[in-house]
Design a protein around this ligand. Structure first.
Ligand code: SAM
Length: 285
């Protein structure tokens, strides 16, 4: 199994590193109107989804990302009922959001139906809550969706997108964040995957600046492991519409949660709120 042909490798030119997985075979490939989606069977990581050459999801390690993107903001919000996920077409974040019994509606708006169709076929466990009556799985540009969203109608917006290039580029700017802010209720929260603090701290700084320019007030960056993404270390950025201490969350509710997780716990959430000095320095005004 050591011939180069049996390895999927993604080179990260901006970090001068790469990530590889030993593959058994390519299971599928589709060129959608938006991006090229490939599915591989790996020897040790289950299935692998790749979009435009970038690793998106593996069976083995997606729980870090999906659990932190969903449970960290939902346990930070006082009473999340209406949730919107922009992107997230693999449906893993939707599944985690719907674990919260207080959520009464969760809309997932991904631009690319093919991502969800591929996930249903190759990552069925991520899609197991798609038929939940509280769920709406729709396909549209998240930029347009937020521009047309009813003001003050959403409690938590989760931006679970690809990197800020191609169709996702417009999900990382002030105009998009202004629309998110308008659509949030006063105690609403925006959370967005914010790439690697080690490799792309400047992107996090720029995202926060654009969110602040759009009127968001307080911010928390929560790092977490994500072995299949560049540097193996990822993050999400939480922003609040009104002033609040994002370091405080519903810790007792998180500790007493009635659903299973593989990574997220109240203790993990608390630990992720500790800011490493190099991150604090980069974020210092
Ligand atoms: N966890 C992944 C990561 O951080 O690399 C993201 C996974 S998820 C599959 C990313 C999704 O964002 C893709 O399905 C893609 O179609 C979607 N996406 C990209 N641009 C979008 C846009 N403008 N509106 C809605 N969805 C978008």
């Amino acid at each position: 199994m050591n011939s180069p042909a049996t390895w999927f490798r993604e080179d990260f030119t901006h970090t001068g590193s790469s990530f590889g997985l030993r593959i058994v075979r390519k299971l599928d490939e589709v060129q959608s109107p938006f991006q090229k989606i490939e599915i591989y069977e790996t020897t040790d990581w289950g299935n692998l989804m790749v979009i435009d050459g970038a690793t998106m999801v593996t069976t083995r390690d997606n729980f870090f990302y999906h659990e932190m993107m969903a449970h960290a903001p939902l346990f930070t919000h006082p009473d999340p009922r209406d949730v919107v996920i922009i992107g997230g077409g693999d449906c893993g974040t939707l599944r985690e959001v719907l674990k919260h019994p207080g959520v009464r509606s969760a809309v997932q708006c991904d631009i690319d139906e093919q991502v969800t169709r591929m996930s249903e076929k190759y990552f069925p466990e991520l899609c197991e809550s798609n038929a939940d009556p509280r769920a709406t799985v729709m396909f549209d540009d998240g930029i347009a969706f937020m521009a047309n969203a009813k003001p003050e109608s959403i409690d938590v917006i989760v931006v679970d997108s690809t990197d800020p290039v191609g169709p996702a580029e417009g999900l990382f700017n002030r105009a998009f964040y202004e629309n998110c802010r308008k659509a949030l209720r006063p105690d609403g929260l925006l959370v967005q995957q914010s790439e690697s603090p080690l490799a792309l701290m400047h992107l996090i700084v720029d995202m926060r600046a654009a969110m602040r320019a759009a009127g968001f007030v307080d911010f928390a960056i929560l790092p977490f492991p994500q072995p299949c993404y560049p540097t193996g270390w990822w993050s999400c950025l939480i922003a609040s519409k009104q002033p609040r201490d994002l370091a405080s969350f519903r810790k007792a509710d998180a500790a007493a949660k009635a659903f299973a997780t593989k990574y997220y716990t109240a203790g993990i959430h608390q630990g992720a709120l500790a800011t490493p000095p190099f991150v604090a320095q980069a974020l210092a005004d």
